[in-house]
Design a protein around this ligand. Structure first.
Ligand SMILES: Cc1cc2nc3c(=O)[nH]c(=O)nc-3n(C[C@H](O)[C@H](O)[C@H](O)COP(=O)(O)OP(=O)(O)OC[C@H]3O[C@@H](n4cnc5c(N)ncnc54)[C@H](O)[C@@H]3O)c2cc1C
Length: 416
């Protein structure tokens, strides 16, 4: 089977890259093993929250010249970064994913543990604020579902009380949740969201919240609404007479899953071929060129061939990178990887420190071509968190790197 482009990995980076290529008139296939980081995300995108020395960043674009050469944004350059930053909201909106936030300025949000977190853009169910000292209102009613343990109401109350708000916590019991509640392991975000996708259940929930509302101006709810679409979120905001804030829960992430599904749907609607539940196991190479790739389901007899291949297989979490006791490796092509030579330098003993290995990944040239034993592979590109050279946790730039490199790679391929 021959395609113009084959993308390996269906996370944020692979989907954005595939979507742009497909919409540019190319014929793409995307092979993806399974879950990705979006299924566990906060619903917000970090572009650049801190510099390598820890200095907080308020305006990411202005801070790009301060990044080291090997950071993907330095390779893309400030001018193109600006163009891409402004193209993200329209692209996502065209897939039904509405984003909020300012393109050139970082915002702040309430984290699931009640602390303040920096964000660039966020799914529109997340409330973003312009200053770190934001206070959503005077009094908050924090509402959970009875028996749901993955929403830390006490932490959130503590966080808001530190901001001078008065908080009250309530739990709503709905008959529609009884089947889930009878087995605590079933009372998880995605299962709840499936029940909440029914308009009559959301209406009952909204009525229950309203009946508990006293003089609060703000209602804080867990992000367990809108798995299929954002309709229930809109309906809650329209019905409950208060400022509604949705706060992330423990994984899986309902807003993250919704976005992934909508991006995948848009890729397929544009004519892309999505080979889900399959895994690329290896490649046939010749003279610094990928000839074809093999997958677990298609076996060695059916070859997938393309003009270009995009490796968007993620970092350690998604098995895009592997670590053995001796070395870090990229398992599909055996690409050159930047990492510290001694295992002792891979990590800090302090559990809460930012770990060095997060910055490990595939080495690329300025156009995101990786290499094998120093030889550049001319028809292979790397995109997203499989790329090394930036510690996405330390710099708070995970989603940004995934999206910006996807834009850059798709532009290189289309010759833009
Ligand atoms: C748990 C977690 C939560 C995060 N939350 C946030 C957040 O809230 N905000 C933020 O800004 N950043 C966050 N990040 C950073 C994150 O890296 C990026 O946001 C981004 O989503 C990464 O996208 P990606 O497409 O590069 O990789 P991934 O999302 O990891 O996707 C890679 C995909 O490739 C597939 N794959 C791997 N190997 C193969 C193969 N051989 N064949 C076929 N498919 C393969 C995997 O199954 C997976 O679906 C988070 C990271 C993790 C690990």
């Amino acid at each position: 089977m021959h395609f113009d482009d084959i993308i390996i990995g269906g996370g944020l980076s692979g989907l954005v890259c595939g979507l742009r290529l497909q919409r540019a008139g190319r014929r793409c296939a995307l092979v993806s093993t399974g879950q990705n980081a979006m299924h566990f995300s906060s619903g917000s995108f970090g572009l650049l929250g801190r510099l390598p020395d820890g200095t907080p960043v308020e305006e990411p674009l202005k801070a790009i010249p301060s990044l080291p050469q090997e950071h993907p944004y330095s390779k893309i350059g400030q001018l193109r970064m600006k163009e891409y930053m402004h193209a993200v909201k329209p692209l996502f909106s065209s897939c039904g994913v509405q984003l909020c936030g300012e393109e050139e300025k970082n915002s702040y949000m309430l984290s699931p543990t009640g602390t303040v977190r920096t964000a660039w853009l966020a799914l529109s169910d997340v409330s973003l604020y312009g200053s770190m000292d934001f206070r959503p209102g005077e009094k908050a009613l924090i509402v959970n579902l009875k028996g749901y343990l993955d929403f830390n109401t006490r932490f959130i109350a503590e966080g808001l009380e530190k901001k001078g708000m008065k908080c009250r916590i309530e739990a709503v019991e709905l008959p529609e949740m009884e089947r889930l509640r009878s087995n605590p392991s079933e009372m998880r975000s995605v299962n709840i969201a499936r029940v909440m996708d029914k308009p009559d259940v959301v209406s009952s929930f909204a009525a229950a919240v309203q009946s508990r509302l006293e003089d609060e101006d703000t209602v804080v709810l867990p992000s367990v609404f809108g798995l299929g679409s954002g309709a229930s979120i809109v309906s809650l905001r329209e019905t409950i007479p208060a400022n509604i804030i949705f706060v992330g829960t423990m994984p899986p992430s309902v807003p993250g899953i919704r976005s992934q599904l909508l991006l995948k749907k848009a890729f397929e609607a544009a004519g892309g071929t999505y080979l889900g539940g399959d895994k690329v196991t290896g490649a046939k190479m010749s003279e610094g060129h990928v000839e074809s790739i093999f997958t677990e389901n298609l076996g060695n007899t059916v070859r997938l061939e393309a003009d270009n291949y995009i490796l968007a297989s993620g970092s350690f979490f998604s098995r895009g990178l592997w670590a053995t006791p001796e070395k870090v490796l990229e398992p599909v092509f055996g690409l050159d990887v930047c990492s510290a030579p001694s295992r002792m330098d891979w990590y800090e003993k302090d559990f809460f420190a930012t770990q060095e290995y997060i910055g490990f990944g595939v080495e690329t040239d300025k156009s995101f071509h990786p290499s094998i034993s120093g030889r550049t592979i001319d028809n292979l590109y790397a995109s997203g968190s499989v790329i090394g050279g930036c510690n996405t946790l330390r710099l708070s730039c995970g989603a940004g790197v995934a999206i910006m490199t996807a834009f850059a790679v798709s532009d290189y391929i289309t010759g833009k």
